[in-house]
Design a protein around this ligand. Structure first.
Ligand SMILES: C[S@@+](CC[C@H](N)C(=O)[O-])C[C@H]1O[C@@H](n2cnc3c(N)ncnc32)[C@H](O)[C@@H]1O
Length: 271
């Protein structure tokens, strides 16, 4: 088996990611995203970087009787969580790198990718692949987190990682919150062959039942866990420190804050 790149959530716990981070961070944006799709009879949808299926579940709910969905991700363990909760003959599962999609040209009407693009090492290649497998006139929806300032939990957690490990900080949170310049992202889509591209900021509340649960999800469900173990510490110990900080900043139960993401829409020319 080919080893996973660290950018494909290698070493993270998909179950805690889905259960403890999913409802607060990914669910509100999943609902927003499926509401943007022009659902038509016979629609063929591809989901890239589907992860544990937060968006997939809503895509299936909206899919017409004769629609078809391929849900894909590079990380088999993430996709296994999605597969365990969705059994539907209209859905096909695929382990696939967004930068080398295993599909023929022009197979899909719509492609969606929620919070995956920040992890693609070659974004133009990934978007070119999406453009290739879209039908003429098809649409690609991509979401990407805003900056640390726009996502306060990430800002304080990132700062804490520098305070705990001053000489060798865990910098994981730079990556998911580091692709937030709309002009750069739009240029990537144009370079990939999309003609009609736009960017929109979408703000949502972030609400978790407790700061402790969300903190455990953040540490255990992301590459922060790998960094903590590498430094000889425990996930529980680190999550406890993060939890105390979150409780102080955003309340212990519920934990309440705001979050903001870029919603990028790219259309392939109709001819
Ligand atoms: C933050 S998760 C988002 C998952 C899901 N879309 C959601 O909203 O919960 C990022 C996902 O991107 C996937 N990923 C990273 N690099 C990838 C690549 N090159 N090709 C396909 N998937 C990739 C990871 O495996 C992970 O499941």
């Amino acid at each position: 088996m080919v080893p996973l790149p660290p950018t494909a959530f290698d070493g993270c716990d998909p179950a805690t990611y889905d259960l403890l981070m999913g409802p607060a961070m990914f669910e509100p944006y999943a609902l927003d995203l499926v509401g943007r799709v022009d659902w038509r009879p016979g629609i063929r949808v591809l989901e890239v970087a589907a992860g544990t299926g937060r968006v997939t579940r809503h895509l299936v709910r909206c899919l017409p009787e004769n629609g078809f969905l391929v849900a894909s991700d590079l990380n088999e363990d993430m996709l296994a969580i999605a597969q365990s909760s969705i059994v539907d003959p209209r859905v096909e599962w695929k382990i696939a790198d967004a930068q080398a999609l295993p599909f023929a040209d022009g197979e899909f009407d719509v492609i969606v990718c929620q919070f995956g693009a920040m992890f693609f090492p070659d974004k133009v290649k990934a978007y070119s692949e999406a453009c290739r497998v879209l039908k003429p006139g098809g649409t690609y929806f991509v979401s990407a987190w805003g900056s640390h300032d726009q996502n306060p939990w990430a800002k304080v957690c990132h700062r804490l990682m520098h305070e705990i490990y001053p000489s060798d900080p865990i910098t994981f949170l730079d990556l998911p919150f580091g692709y937030h310049d709309p002009e750069i992202a739009l240029e990537h889509f144009r370079d990939a062959g999309f003609s009609d591209v736009k960017a929109e900021w979408v703000q949502k509340p972030l609400v978790a039942p407790t700061a402790a649960e969300f903190a455990f999800g953040v540490v255990s469900g992301t590459r922060i866990s790998v960094g903590v173990l590498k430094r000889g510490d425990t996930i529980e110990g680190c999550a406890h420190m993060v939890s105390e900080l979150f409780a102080m900043e955003f309340g212990p139960a519920p934990m309440e804050s705001t979050q903001e993401a870029l919603l990028l829409t790219a259309r392939k020319a109709a001819t």
